[in-house]
Design a protein around this ligand. Structure first.
Ligand code: NAD
Length: 376
């Protein structure tokens, strides 16, 4: 089985879909690996490192020629994959709902596209979960981005010139990214609080030494739906949450928002009036900015200032930590392929009734086969 690893072409994408470590592992499984020259540059991996691990370094067209699987971070254009083996796999974070035309292009080209972000959140698939591996890094980086924009310090400092108070950090949305943001802000010495609609997170917040800020007495507020994800909340809940949060936000120096609801635009959590209530020099980092944003006035790809408060809306935060993001992403891909590896044939063999395969397979035999896409 020939595996191709291509250089990412999306603007600002620095991650790579394989590292020398995973190249070695694929070769140990009996695959050959062809890496496009420069594929690792954004993640500080030289061509030579891949070569030393056993890969061929090739042009894009050479890498693709005859490939049985193309590994990507964001999916390559279907036209770039002409020359791949018939029915070749295209594996990446393919954004199936946002890039429908591209997915149809894969189908038309006879490619089998697999969307890693749709890996189900079941125990067996934890080591393949790209959303978790990347969100964890994003949560960490969000705190560092906030600290870098903040004109004050995070920890309390008692100096000969007097005492500096600790920063107050409020994390809204306590999934994988939010938990890492809490832990990171605590390590930097901030006073941390957090909120979520899922009451199960209260214990997690407290176990990290942060204060849980929750709406207490509204009926039916258990905001947890399928797979542990958040569900849309009632109007009464939303009003109560806004009230509680308003009073709290006004006293914060840093707010980090990470709230998402699968299949819907990100919920709006911080209003312009709430921003205006914060002390000038405060910083808000909106990790949901690519899904529409949790913060009013946040702009994708920019750091803007409103009422003296900076709103940070970086795109593709995991790519800002490209080396570690690539290392974890590449392992997620390897764990996925290795789980379906046929050791005798030295290739991947999916069983079509497998839960993971069914969830992520978008196209096959020139058709869009994903139920989630067909339902749209
Ligand atoms: P996510 O990125 O989908 O959302 C981030 C957080 O925002 C979630 O905690 C969500 O509840 C919260 N949120 C949504 N609307 C909100 C609102 N209005 N106000 C405040 N918070 C709001 O989350 P995620 O990191 O992908 O994690 C979602 C769930 O999946 C968690 O329960 C997590 O433990 C679980 N998970 C399971 C596995 C696994 O079993 N393999 C892996 C990763 C995550």
């Amino acid at each position: 089985m020939k595996i191709a690893v291509l250089k990412e072409t999306a603007e600002g994408e620095r991650r790579a879909a394989a590292t020398p470590e995973t190249v070695k592992k694929y070769i140990a499984l009996g695959a050959s690996v062809s890496v496009e020259t420069g594929a690792g540059a954004g993640a500080s991996i030289d061509d030579e490192d891949y070569r030393a691990a056993g890969a061929d370094i090739a042009t894009r067209a050479e890498a693709v020629r005859g490939a049985d699987a193309v590994l990507a971070v964001q999916g390559p254009a279907p036209d770039d994959l002409a020359g791949a083996a018939p029915g070749a796999l295209v594996i990446g974070i393919l954004d199936p709902l946002g890039k429908r035309e591209r997915i149809e292009g894969y189908a038309a080209a006879g490619l089998e596209a697999l969307a890693m972000e749709w890996i189900p959140r079941i125990t067996r698939a934890q080591s393949m979960d790209v959303l978790s591996s990347q969100a964890n890094l994003a949560g960490y980086k969000a705190v560092l981005d906030a600290a870098a924009e903040y004109g004050r310090v995070f920890p309390m400092m008692m100096t000969a010139a007097g005492t500096v108070t600790a920063a107050r950090v409020f994390v809204m949305g306590v999934g994988v990214a939010g938990l890492q943001a809490i832990a990171t802000a605590r390590r930097l010495g901030a006073v941390v609080s957090a909120t979520d609609v899922r009451s199960a997170t209260r214990e997690q917040i407290e176990s990290l030494g942060a204060k849980a800020i929750f709406v207490e007495d509204v009926q039916g507020i258990e905001g947890e739906g399928a797979g542990g994800y958040a569900t849309e909340m009632s109007d009464e809940y939303k009003a109560r949450q806004a009230e509680l949060v308003s009073a709290h936000v006004a006293r914060q120096d840093i707010v980090i928002t990470t709230a998402l609801i699968p299949g819907r635009p990100a919920p709006r959590l911080v209003s312009d009036a709430q921003i205006a209530s914060m002390r000038p020099g405060s910083v808000i980092v909106d990790l949901a900015v690519e899904q529409g944003g949790n913060v009013e006035g946040g702009i994708l790809g920019e750091v803007v200032e409103r009422h003296g408060v900076k709103i940070v809306g970086h795109r593709n935060v995991p790519s800002r930590l490209a080396a570690d993001a690539s290392a974890l992403y590449a392992r997620n891909l390897y764990n996925f392929l290795a789980a379906f590896w046929d050791a005798e044939e030295h290739r991947v063999a999916f069983s079509t009734d497998d839960e993971i395969y069914q969830a992520i397979c978008l196209t096959k035999n020139e058709l869009v086969v994903s139920e989630r896409l067909q339902a749209r």
